[in-house]
Write a protein that binds this ligand. Structure first.
Ligand SMILES: NC(=O)c1ccc[n+]([C@@H]2O[C@H](COP(=O)([O-])OP(=O)(O)OC[C@H]3O[C@@H](n4cnc5c(N)ncnc54)[C@H](O)[C@@H]3O)[C@@H](O)[C@H]2O)c1
Length: 287
């Protein structure tokens, strides 16, 4: 039975995952090596809870309860828990080392889930005692809002772990979908073509950015491919393309786009830099 959850990494994803878990009344340990990230995460969670109060989805006393559910720490030794959700920096060596450290202080049945976007869960299972309890739990940004979680089965993950993570997702009011360990899992792999084909159309002068976004949105997609890349960050989106391209031995269908690479070299990374495929200093594209 899972009562406490340690979320490792208090960045973009970790703070949202910690908030979701605390809202569902789990005792949460939010761990980050960088104390400044813990301070920012606390501020962000506070502001997001205030937003829920303003929307009448939470009361003041409930907010206080959610906040008391979270313990902030920069000490790995404090991460003794029933479930660890790892959302630290996307560097394989750092993640492997983290899981080794954390397995040395936790009991052998503590569940380890990684929020990695691009690394193989099977690789992360290496050299960890009882690798059957290691799986992927891929949340989407912003993690406190987006419902979808891809639950990823590594080669050594057992069914019990997957079932338990499905149950946790339902406690967190998320929608879990099951996936085997494969580059890009489901969403990042299928969506690759949404981005890459759209950029191909522009590079081949078949259409323009605004027309493509308009066309796709009118077909029911919430955001056109260019608006979506601007929201995600062109640099992040490019890295995912690159990692899937490498994982598929440079299959042409996953080849990263030159158009996107040039934008990144120009530091036009999307909304976060004020300019990407659209210029956010002059126009509003919604959301
Ligand atoms: N950003 C997204 O849209 C997104 C979406 C889905 C999944 N992910 C995945 O989530 C993970 C985190 O991404 P993010 O965007 O939140 O990153 P981020 O850079 O915002 O946060 C990473 C945090 O990890 C901390 N950290 C680094 N090494 C650590 C260690 N050894 N122990 C503890 N903390 C450590 C850093 O101080 C930082 O606060 C990555 O694996 C990423 O691939 C990101």
């Amino acid at each position: 039975m899972i009562q406490s959850i340690c979320v490792a990494g208090a960045g973009t994803m970790g703070s949202g995952i910690a908030m979701s878990a605390a809202l569902s009344n789990f005792k949460v340990i939010l761990f980050d090596l960088n104390p400044n990230m813990l301070i920012s995460a606390k501020k962000e969670i506070d502001a997001n809870l205030d937003f829920l109060i303003a929307k009448r989805k939470l009361t003041g006393p409930q907010k206080q309860q959610v906040l008391t559910n979270i313990t902030f720490t920069f000490l790995a030794a404090d991460c003794v828990t029933d479930l660890v959700i790892e959302a630290i920096v996307e560097e394989l060596d750092v993640k492997i080392k983290f899981f080794q450290t954390i397995s040395s202080i936790n009991k052998s049945d503590t569940i380890f889930a990684s929020n990695t976007s691009s690394f193989s869960i099977t690789l992360l299972q290496q050299n960890i005692p009882n690798p059957a309890r290691v799986a992927g739990m891929h949340f989407f940004n912003p993690a406190h809002i987006m419902k979808l979680v891809e639950v990823v089965k590594g080669e050594q993950t057992d069914e019990k772990t997957i079932e338990l993570l499905f149950a946790i997702c339902s406690d967190l009011k998320k929608l879990p979908v099951r996936c085997s360990d494969s580059p890009g899992f489901i969403v990042n792999r299928v969506a690759r073509h949404y981005y890459l084909e759209a950029m191909n159309l522009v590079e081949n002068n078949i259409s323009d950015i605004e027309s493509i976004d308009q066309a796709m949105e009118s077909m029911g997609f919430k955001l056109g491919p260019f608006k979506l890349m601007d929201l995600i960050g062109l640099d992040i989106n490019y890295l995912v393309s690159e990692s899937i391209y490498n994982a598929f031995n440079h299959a042409a269908r996953f080849q990263p786009s030159d158009l996107q690479r040039k934008k990144i070299l120009n530091k036009e990374l999307g909304k976060k830099t004020g300019k990407g495929f659209y210029d956010y200093t002059n126009i509003s594209t919604g959301r």
